[in-house]
Design a protein around this ligand. Structure first.
Ligand code: XMP
Length: 322
């Protein structure tokens, strides 16, 4: 990528990288205040640790509860960081996000609505109230690549698209991880002292479960994906896969329950083997495990009558569905 020098995970000097980034953050923010949004993913978790090392109490970390996260995610993540001595404030923004998503069906419009709600409405207000002039953000090189190539607009990429965050949103963005890919971020995250549950955490997209609802995103559809995600994650945690997910399709399909026609919901499971998310292949899961998933989802998730497994590589598939 032009202008950004890639730092590869292999042979990386994690301590050296951390020290360099901590210095850069300190120098940029000076005696001011910075804020960052923690989602619990490895990228934002690593950034939170770097920012905390550089700024301590002058870093304000927020967890935005956008209503489209997994079950209990806000409380769980805030709890882990509390134990590490990093205070995290949970902001309830569920209403704002669902209002912004209402009526939208196009994937890029949905992503854009989440981006705007996140950075302009919710964060804009927080920045104003906190007096922060800087936002620390966990953008990585793969986000930039895919956005610039026009494959998928990652919600956290601005400058590379010619968008100036200062004039658009009123704050500067610092991106300490932009030279890294996921494998490099994991090394950094581990070296900052994060627990394995975070540094080895499966990737989860910025648009969260909204990336896994095809068509309009509503609280009801998110709830279906949320319950299904819990089942899929529990069953596939020991698969060793890079990432696994449940997707709710927009179309209903004919099924039957108790001798009657049930025009029900269709879930797609995806489970990926990958090193850095640039290419991926579906994991060769045992057939019995797939059947167990089908049984559990169709009995435990109300309305589901069909469960499928994606068997196409990335490319031409992408990992998420929107
Ligand atoms: P795709 O779907 O592009 O996913 O093959 C590649 C990796 O990136 C994650 N992903 C996202 N992460 N914002 C993010 O922060 C996004 O908009 C986004 N879309 C995809 C995805 O989960 C996978 O790990």
């Amino acid at each position: 990528m032009a202008g950004i020098r890639e730092v590869k995970a292999e042979g990386m000097d994690a301590e050296g990288f951390i020290n360099e980034k901590v210095k850069e953050i300190s120098a940029a923010v000076g005696d001011g205040v910075a804020i960052n949004a923690l989602s619990g993913g490895v990228d934002s978790s690593a950034v939170t640790m770097l920012g905390h090392r550089a700024l301590a109490g002058r870093l304000k970390t927020y967890f935005i509860d956008n209503g489209i996260m997994r079950e209990n995610e806000p409380e769980q993540i805030a709890g882990i960081f509390k134990k590490l001595g990093v205070p995290v404030e949970i902001i309830d923004a569920r209403k704002e996000f669902f209002t912004a998503l209402k009526g939208l069906t196009d994937p890029e419009e949905k992503r854009e609505a989440i981006t705007q709600t996140f950075y302009k409405d919710v964060f804009g207000k927080l920045v104003k109230n906190s007096g922060a002039k800087y936002l620390l953000q966990g953008t990585i090189l793969t986000d930039v690549d895919e956005t610039v190539a026009g494959i998928k607009r990652q919600h956290n990429v601005f400058e590379q698209l010619g968008i100036d965050p200062q004039s658009t949103f009123g704050y500067k963005i610092i991106e300490p991880l932009i030279q890294l890919r996921k494998d490099g971020v994991r090394k950094i995250a581990k070296a900052t002292g994060l627990p394995e549950s975070l540094f080895n955490r499966m990737p989860f997209p910025g648009p969260a479960l909204a990336a896994r609802v095809i068509g309009e995103v509503t609280p009801e559809k998110i709830e279906v994906v949320r319950i299904t995600t819990k089942i899929v994650e529990a069953e596939l945690v020991s698969s060793g896969a890079f990432q696994y997910m449940a997707i709710l399709h927009n179309d209903r399909v004919t099924g039957m329950r108790q001798g009657k026609r049930d025009f029900g919901l269709q879930i797609e499971i995806r489970c990926w083997d990958s090193v850095d998310a640039r290419r991926a292949t579906p994991t060769n899961l045992p057939y019995e495990l797939l059947c167990k998933l089908g049984d559990r989802i169709s009995t435990e998730v109300p309305g589901v009558v069909s469960v499928t497994y994606n068997i196409v590589n990335k490319p031409p598939s992408t990992m998420e569905a929107i």
